[in-house]
Design a binder for this molecule. Structure first.
Ligand SMILES: [Zn+2]
Length: 502
């Protein structure tokens, strides 16, 4: 992710002015994802609905227990849930840009990882009309972002089951959150539809799920809109069909995807379908208002060139398609590495495109095991943008790191953040990006380009479609380089002081 330029300037301010935004009123507002009124309240009022459907809610079978309401991420105690592993999400939704009503269902295929008497999904807002488990009506209750589902019989460990949640309501944009300097995220209303970018925790403001990157799954999207609109999502466009005054777009992402990387972007689009020189399918959607600019900036060609170059540098591309979603929302201005095609609120420059496309390796294919490992995404993507600059302009990543080294003296607040565990409200602060990039430039300088390149390719291969931690990376760096880099990484990633760039 790259934050809006205004927030980014704040983030880069040497005094970390952004710290001010991370406290007080903004922090309080940030805790209030969605609206306490309207559909949210209606959703809560439905608590217990379904209890009339024949299930007594009686004794829990012996040896069966409720799944945990969180996955154990200290930054986000309620994100994700325990007791099951999602394999697939099948979203069947219709959206009206006029009324903002989003309605339909999500059918989740999952496997129980314990004997479950009940389990939770993360879901905020909306009116839930029905929940089924394996085709049988289930009891459900709502409390904040937790949707607790009790099937008529316990789900034994190892059993694969489906649960279908039917819902309707108006998605609530997340506003004022200190996590992203107060910038709005999640479901963002645009003049012609919607722009949906959910890092780190807004996926559950538009579909129910296991909203944490440690549980990745494949996705199908069946999205129906007025026929004057089009929908671009992750993966491959399977079909688009017009029925009277409605159009249904079917998109399919077969590779495992974290919930925050799922997107459906609705509006008027100019679609470009092509193939990169290395043979990767590429699909770019451009808001017609930006068509001329995107053509001038060679967005389609640049996306292909960068994807191909990253494949050389970082190893095989993990997904079936690359591309871009270029929407016209300059006020939003953030960009996000939505899987298979990054989402931009503007025509991206090479710095932004190389950053977001590198996340397809670092973040999307190799995902964080928990959010404190965020530098594995943002430090790597920052380094990648410097590497693209080296490739195109000859300024080495080492030279770029030296520039930042000169810019931030030993007394700068910039160095006071432990980027291996920055804290929830600082996970997108400048040091996570820049110091992270510097750490990799310093590592490359120390172990040499051939070993460094082998390290990155081994990393993306060993953890492809999986999750990883900073400790995993340190261990692999030791192994591939044959050096003990413990002290080096301590200085760069953990210590709250300026490391020597030597
Ligand atoms: Zn990023």
């Amino acid at each position: 992710m790259q934050l809006p330029s205004s927030a980014h300037k704040l983030a880069i301010g040497a005094a970390l002015a952004a710290l001010v935004l991370g406290s007080g009123a903004a922090a309080t507002a940030g805790a209030r994802t969605g609206s306490p009124t309207g559909t949210g309240a209606a959703g809560r009022a439905a608590t217990g609905h379904g209890a009339t459907l024949g299930h007594s809610g009686g004794a829990v079978p012996a040896g069966f227990h409720p799944g945990a309401p969180g996955v154990g991420d200290p930054y986000f105690p309620l994100e994700g849930n325990g007791g099951y592993d999602v394999k697939h999400y099948d979203l069947d939704l219709s959206y009206s840009p006029d009324t903002h009503l989003l309605q339909g269902s999500n059918t989740i295929t999952a496997t129980a990882t314990q004997n479950l008497s009940s389990f939770d999904l993360d879901f905020k807002g909306f009116d839930v009309s029905a929940v089924d488990v394996d085709g049988q009506a289930a009891t459900f209750a709502r409390d904040g972002q937790e949707l607790t589902i009790t099937p008529t019989a316990g789900l034994p460990r190892g059993q694969t089951f489906t649960t279908k949640v039917s819902y309707a309501g108006k998605p609530q944009t997340v506003v004022g959150s200190p996590i992203v300097f107060g910038a709005p995220y999640g479901w963002i209303y645009t003049d012609d539809g919607a722009f949906v970018g959910c890092e780190p925790n807004a996926a559950h403001t538009w579909f129910p799920g296991n909203d944490h990157p440690s549980d990745k799954a494949s996705f199908s999207f069946h999205i129906t809109v007025p026929k004057s609109k089009e929908v671009v999502a992750n993966g491959s466009l399977v079909s688009q069909q017009i029925h009277r005054n409605k159009a249904t777009f079917v998109w399919d992402e077969k590779r495992p995807m974290a919930t925050y990387l799922a997107t459906i972007d609705i509006g008027k689009w100019q679609f470009h379908s092509t193939t990169t020189l290395d043979g990767i399918h590429e699909f770019v959607a451009v808001d017609p208002a930006l068509a001329d600019e995107a053509q001038r900036e060679h967005t389609v060609a640049m996306t292909g060139q960068i994807t191909d170059y990253w494949q050389q540098a970082f190893g095989r591309y993990a997904f079936g398609s690359t591309g871009a979603i270029v929407d016209n929302v300059p006020d939003i201005g953030f960009s996000l590495e939505t899987q298979t095609r990054p989402l931009y609120g503007f025509v991206p420059n090479p710095g932004t495109a190389s950053h977001e496309l590198s996340h397809q390796w670092f973040g999307d294919s190799v995902s964080v095991a928990s959010w404190k490992n965020i530098w594995l995404n943002e430090g790597f993507a920052t380094f990648a943008s410097w590497l693209w600059n080296e490739h195109t302009s000859g300024v080495s990543t080492w030279q770029t790191a030296r520039r930042y080294d000169s810019a931030y003296g030993p007394g700068a607040a910039f160095w006071k953040l432990s980027i291996a565990d920055p804290g929830r409200n600082r996970m997108f602060h400048a040091p996570v990006y820049i110091r992270g990039g510097m750490a990799l430039a310093a590592l490359r300088h120390r172990i040499g380009q051939p070993v460094f390149a082998r390290l990155l390719r081994t990393w993306t291969r060993e953890h492809r479609y999986g999750n990883a931690t900073t400790h995993d990376f340190v261990a692999l760096a030791d192994q591939v380089s044959g050096q003990d880099l413990t002290h080096f990484f301590h200085l760069w990633l953990w210590k709250q002081a300026k490391p020597p760039l030597t």
